[in-house]
Design a protein around this ligand. Structure first.
Ligand code: CMP
Ligand code: CMP
Length: 286
């Protein structure tokens, strides 16, 4: 056994999970929020329980700074109620740049914990907020390895996806947290025309086609072709309609999927690009 592995093993053995007493209603609220937080989606039930035990409710009043860029970080936060603004100082800009507003269900403050780095941005409560805080030690033992591995695994893939070109690399890494991988064999259906759909897909590896019945009573015809880096399944989510085509694997196919909530939160800002891209279906048919 190497020294490093032994050290790690030892740390794990010494880890005594923190338990903060809570009311049943607090536990229920934390559970609901954790279910929506992408970073925790890879945890097993037992690990979720440890995280819930360790989380504490904290309140911040309007205008107070929850995280200050440059500080050391000791907590990650999930928002239960209230909105918060995120700003970042850049060396070439005099004033901190506004980046985004966080809403209930979202989490922040993970970077300092994941990468052992100073806080990368400042987060200020826009109104009175209730947050759930998870301490660094529990995060390190339960969440960190799986979350960091997932970000690393998908970062280079997502960087090559044309749809996400205009996206800030930080926002792209949040997509990595939320992705779920699926595999299909040649000729298998990923999506069936007419069914209801709650999932958006990127092709990770392999090829697929979209087919659709263009003349009633006739066999479906090929209406689009997909390779690695392409996406499909946006129409049902944007328009709340049944699937408008079949998607069929034409080789062994690996896809990564986002559910409706992740799609709305993470891909929502790209809605204009998605809508502009509808034209590609007509172009293909022409
Ligand atoms: P952390 O660095 O721990 O503290 C500040 C948080 O701001 C950071 O984690 C992220 O959760 C969040 N954040 C949001 N947008 C960005 C961004 N573009 N770059 C860095 N951090 C960001
Ligand atoms: P959705 O309707 O959710 O599921 C089937 C997907 O096929 C659809 O989203 C598009 O992403 C894709 N598609 C490709 N070509 C077409 C087409 N000509 N008409 C409709 N959808 C298409």
């Amino acid at each position: 056994m190497s020294a490093e592995a032994y050290g790690k093993y030892n740390q794990k053995a010494n880890f005594k999970p923190k338990i903060i007493a809570k009311t049943p209603s607090q536990i229920e609220r934390i559970k609901n929020r954790l279910n929506q937080a992408f970073m925790f989606s890879c945890l097993e039930e037992k690990e979720v329980e440890i995280v819930i035990n360790a989380m504490g409710e904290v309140k911040f009043s309007q205008g107070s700074t929850v995280i200050n860029q440059g500080d050391d970080g000791d907590n990650l936060y999930i928002i239960d109620s209230g909105h918060l603004d995120c700003y970042k100082k850049f060396s070439n800009l005099e004033k901190a740049k506004y980046l985004k507003t966080y809403e209930p269900g979202e989490s922040f403050g993970e970077l300092a914990l994941l990468y052992n780095a100073p806080r990368a941005a400042t987060i200020v409560a826009k109104e009175n907020c209730i947050l759930f805080a998870l301490d660094r030690e529990t995060f390190n033992h339960i969440v960190k390895d799986a979350a960091a591995k997932k970000r690393e695994k998908y970062e280079s893939f997502l960087a090559k996806v044309e749809l996400l070109e205009s996206m800030d690399p930080y926002e792209r890494s949040k997509i990595a947290d939320a992705l779920r991988p699926f595999k299909y064999k040649m000729n298998e259906y990923v999506v069936k025309e007419g069914e209801s759909g709650d999932t958006f897909y990127f092709v990770e590896e392999g090829e697929a086609i979209a087919t659709k019945v263009l003349q009633p009573g006739k066999a479906p015809e090929i209406v689009y072709k997909y390779k690695a880096g392409d996406y499909f399944g946006e129409l049902a989510l944007l328009r709340e309609t049944p699937r408008a085509a079949n998607i069929v694997a034409v080789t062994d196919l690996s896809v990564v999927a986002l559910d409706r909530l992740s799609f709305k939160r993470l891909i929502g800002p790209l809605e204009d690009i998605l809508k502009r891209n509808f034209a590609r279906y007509e172009k293909f048919l022409a």
